[in-house]
Design a protein around this ligand. Sequence first.
Ligand SMILES: Cc1ncc(COP(=O)(O)O)c(C=O)c1O
Length: 395
Amino acid sequence: MKCTGGIDLRDVEEMNINIDPIQAGGRLTADAMKAVISYGDGYSVCDNCGKPFRLDYINKPPIAEFHEDLAAFVGMDQARVVPGARRGFQAVAGTYVGKGDPVMLTALSHYTEFIAVENAGGIPHEIPKDAQNIIRADAAAERIEEVTRTFGRPPVLLFIDHVDYQFGNIHEVREIARVAHDYDVPVLLNGAYTVGIMPVDGKSLGVDFVIGSGHKSMAAPAPSGMLATTSERAEEVFRTTQVKGDLTGRTFGIKEVEMMGCTLMGVTLMGMMASFPHVQERVKRWDEEIEKSRIVIDALTSIEGTAVRSEMPRRHTLTRVDTSRSFDRVAETHKKRGFFLSSALKKKGIVGVIPGATKVWKFNTYGITRAQAEYVAAAYLEIAEENGLSVSPAE
Ligand SMILES: Cc1ncc(COP(=O)(O)O)c(C=O)c1O
């Protein structure tokens, strides 16, 4: 079907079960879709902007209140919406990182964290993962000490992914934050895979910043996200402008430097706000999401030669699977080669896995129903059996 302008309408969501690893938590709610239509104009949220002229002072729609709600949602004191998690990283790095400063990241940090550090002139140092692909506090302590000795001063900032994008593993955030604070290093929690899908309490984790991605995990249009912090750090990261133009003497005092004055407007912000009540509710059902993911995991691990590379038992719905000794063996002789798997899944109405991937791949069951999880599990078993792989039912 075509809509005006010659753009094909997207059929992935309506026609299929989508287990794409990165899309799961960002799918819009019906309320967000309505908001997108009604607030499509670029400056649609600015109708009632009045003194002081800044996005987070607008009361209608209730943006000021939304910021407060976002902060409370992740157990912090203040929050702002930002155009994607990466812009949150950039704001924090822009505040604390100067040229040549050492910054701690991890072996599982997302590339956007590296870019935020590089953009600010910092030097990234990675904390290694252990054999189970977990970032541990011991390793963090060792690396912080090493970097401190080398530079003659501690790192200026530490990034830790609450759940990483490669394995969907949960890391030792609370313990790492404690270690970092012993060296007075502020801690940024990357909640791109947690804020909006599972409960997150930044204060209880002891971090200084909590960053979420709207389009990844808060059922919001892209690019959207949030940056929350403590009252103390808010003064630094949400600082307002200080300098004057030398010719006109103009100042822009109320505008926040790292937010470039105002942040999200129109569709992104209103979509995020419209989904928020649903998001607040859905994080309470995280255990059900884990159960659904285990239905698919049990099926996959019952296929001879298949292994899960993420931590087990699963504590997140994003999982990395190794089928190099099962589906990839089939691919060696199949006429469709590695594409046989994605093609067989597509025929059964399941999409979102990388076409051609039969060695190591990821999937995410977040947001599908229990019946759909059972259907996906059965589909993998059928495809295995149809291709001569033996299946031993889970105990
Ligand atoms: C772990 C992780 N962190 C950060 C990001 C960046 O998020 P955003 O697209 O909201 O900037 C992504 C996704 O691209 C991610 O997977």
